[in-house]
Design a protein around this ligand. Structure first.
Ligand code: NDP
Ligand code: GDR
Length: 372
């Protein structure tokens, strides 16, 4: 059987890293698009890197940007991918309110650039395209659980850009008979999650507080509810979507929703710390009630969490809960992780990482203190 070739945009991100690993294990030749940056931005994929001077490589990195159609067209022409996974995006909802035009360009028009390059190059029948769509499309609650048939009501520049990307993906399928699919993925997290998304911000801060490196964690809306899964389960589904007989759109979710506050409680419980939440809204705080871990000693009654309104969003998405029935029944997708194993995985990883910081601090070296 001939080796399949995949192009992954956003290869340096959480999903790009897990997907690269997954496809390499399946025997693919994997090409990743990465942006030029003034510092190395390949931490998540460094373990996959292959010296360009050796033979028989199967993992290649190319400079590129979703805002540059000349670059995208040239890459697709050179690589001749069988499958494109379009994961690149300015993916932070709160930041999209600060950079709405750029977000529209990269996340919305960027998707068009990929689709149209494939069409202009006459590769419509060769190349299958996966578009990283999102539960943020549902935005303001219309119905729960949210399925492939739930109407969209985006609530951020990010979600509006992703809505354009969703429909242009559908349109190129219908207009040109291309194999293009949307995976409408609900939140998925992992030890590789970006540090400013709420789950990773919590597991990092919890680890630092347990190790005495940080006093307190500041968060925004503790009432928001999300359907959190593990990124490893979700990248497997991206691949399954492109192997299906017909190009379709799919909801990928666990079907269980949890408030941010509960994610905090579960993370602290992983290091033996029980919390009590008191107060409401901007005055809500969390205090240590007990600590039964011999390694992590923390003062009983200590305030470890407060709300900072600067993390509130101009328009919020209050409740996401997905209905993955179609993916379960038609593609046989069953996630291996639940929320408890996700939190455990993230906490174990962050504790190890922060122990490194602890050694550095003890040695008098600077450790990263940036918590946005
Ligand atoms: P990350 O933020 O971890 O990764 C985003 C990737 O896109 C990074 O590699 C980033 O590069 C790259 N990127 C950003 N802007 C550009 C650009 N202009 N040109 C080229 N590359 C760019 O996101 P995730 O891995 O979590 O998510 C992957 C995709 O799935 C995104 O499109 C996201 O919107 C979507 N999604 C994610 C969900 C989740 O819960 N994780 C749920 C639903 C959808 P760099 O490393 O240089 O910043
Ligand atoms: P989200 O993820 O916006 O759902 O987008 P994020 O983790 O940023 O927020 C989830 C919820 O937590 C609330 N929240 C906070 N969020 C952050 N980042 N920081 C805080 O301090 C904080 N306090 C409370 C938020 O208000 C929100 O309700 C993610 C991204 O990966 C998108 O790219 C993807 O499309 C969606 O998930 C599905």
């Amino acid at each position: 059987m001939t080796k399949k070739t995949a192009l992954i945009t956003g290869v340096t991100g959480q999903d790009g890293a897990y997907l690269s690993e997954f496809l390499l294990k399946k025997g693919y030749e994997v090409h990743g698009m990465k942006r030029r940056s003034s510092l190395f931005n390949t931490d998540r994929i460094d373990h996959l890197y292959q010296d360009p001077h050796v033979d028989n490589r199967n993992f290649f990195l190319h400079y590129g940007d979703m805002t540059d159609s000349t670059n995208i067209t040239r890459l697709i022409k050179e690589i001749q991918p069988d499958e494109i996974y379009n994961l690149a995006a300015m993916s932070h909802v709160a930041v999209s309110f600060e950079t709405p035009e750029y977000t529209g360009n990269a996340d919305g028009l960027g998707t068009l650039r990929i689709l149209d390059a494939v069409r202009l190059l006459g590769m419509e029948k060769k190349t299958r395209i996966y578009q990283a769509s999102t539960s943020e499309l549902y935005g303001k609650v219309q119905e729960v659980p949210q399925s492939e048939n739930t109407p969209f009501y985006p609530r951020s520049p990010y979600a509006v850009a992703k809505m354009y990307a969703y429909w242009i993906t559908v349109n190129y399928r219908e207009a040109y008979g291309m194999y293009t699919c949307n995976g409408i993925l609900f939140n998925h997290e992992s030890p590789l999650r970006g540090e400013t998304f709420v789950t990773r911000k919590i597991t990092r801060a919890t680890s630092r507080i347990a190790l005495g490196l940080q006093d307190k964690l500041y968060l925004g809306n503790l009432d928001a509810k999300r359907d959190w899964g593990h990124a490893k389960d979700y990248v497997r589904m991206m691949w399954m979507i492109l192997q299906a007989d017909e190009a379709e759109d799919w909801v990928i979710a666990t079907g269980i929703t949890t408030p941010v506050r509960e994610f905090v409680r579960m993370s602290f419980a992983e290091v033996g710390i029980e919390l009590e939440f008191k107060g409401e809204g901007v005055n809500e705080k969390a205090y240590v009630v007990s600590c039964n871990h011999k390694e992590y000693q923390i003062e009983i009654g200590k305030e470890v969490l407060a709300v900072d309104p600067k993390y509130f969003r101009p328009t919020e998405v209050d409740l996401l809960i997905g209905d993955p029935t179609k993916a379960n029944t038609k593609l046989g997708w069953i996630p291996e992780h639940d929320l408890a194993s996700l939190v455990k995985d993230m906490m174990q990883s962050d504790i190890k990482l922060m122990q490194k910081d602890q050694y550095l601090k003890e040695g008098g070296y600077y450790t990263n203190n940036y918590f946005e």
